[in-house]
Design a protein around this ligand. Structure first.
Ligand code: SAH
Ligand code: DHB
Ligand code: MG
Length: 223
């Protein structure tokens, strides 16, 4: 058995036990697939991790950058109290439309707002609205802009807020300082920003699983 097959089998085992799909989550993936969206959503056990982290954080307001079909959005939305709020930013109007349908079926249409457009345009607009600070931010869009997203996330949060950045390993490419791959460069810049930012304290963790060899960064905003 190949190494990656073992990773997938273990993920399946964990997911069956600890993060089984309900009809809403299964339908979200089905509709995303039927609409031709790429299957790059978080794995179920990762989605559950996001929900648990947001619950541990006591999050009432969540910001997501990179919606796709709203699969991770559903997990995050389920962490919120009835008067919570989730804003999720998506570039592609076709993705946003699928996500809105999936969020409505999940009973999250009132809580979760999908904003369409390049996130680097949506984020300054959102900031201009002077919203209550977000307690939890999940960054999972185009990796080239990761450092910019992190910078906006700090502005939109408060001391104690939590930021999760997806896909920081990408098979190990992250260690290549000479890489010309814009995604690698963007992610390296984001990690350097976590290291140097006066208001961020963070770490990064490698993962294996059904999505291959990857990882995430976790940062806490402070005063
Ligand atoms: N968080 C999702 C997966 C997101 S995939 C999940 O786990 O279920 C990344 C998404 O980011 C794609 O839908 C892509 O269209 C979107 N994206 C790419 N560039 C973007 C940009 N500049 N602004 C906002 N969204 C962007
Ligand atoms: C890709 C994007 C993701 O957010 C992810 O989790 C996996 C893959 C991609 O663009 O290939
Ligand atoms: Mg991702």
């Amino acid at each position: 058995m190949s190494e990656s097959q073992v990773w997938t089998d273990v993920d399946d085992h964990f997911t069956t036990l600890l993060a089984p799909a309900d009809e809403t989550l299964a339908a979200a993936l089905r509709d995303s697939d039927a609409a031709g969206l790429p299957p790059i959503n978080v794995a179920p056990n990762q989605g559950k991790l996001l929900r648990l982290l947001a619950e541990i954080q006591g999050a009432r307001r969540i910001l997501e950058i990179g919606t796709l079909g709203g699969y991770s959005t559903i997990w995050l939305g389920r962490a919120l109290p009835a008067d919570g709020r989730l804003v999720t930013l998506e570039y592609d109007p076709r993705h946003a439309e699928v996500a809105r349908g999936n969020l409505a079926r999940a009973g999250l249409a009132e809580l979760a707002e999908v904003r369409v457009g390049p996130a680097l345009e949506s984020l300054p607009k959102l900031t201009d609205e002077n919203p209550e600070p977000f307690d939890f931010v999940f960054i999972d869009a185009d990796k080239v802009n990761n450092a910019h997203y992190l910078d906006w996330a700090v502005r939109l949060t408060r001391p104690g807020s939590v930021i999760v950045l997806d896909n920081v390993v990408r098979g190990g490419a992250v260690t290549d300082a000479t890489s010309t791959d814009p995604s690698v460069r963007g992610t390296r810049a984001a990690l350097e920003l976590i290291a140097s930012h006066p208001r961020l304290d963070g770490t990064a963790v490698q993962t294996v699983g059904s999505k291959g060899y990857d990882g995430f960064a976790l940062a806490r905003v402070h005063a």
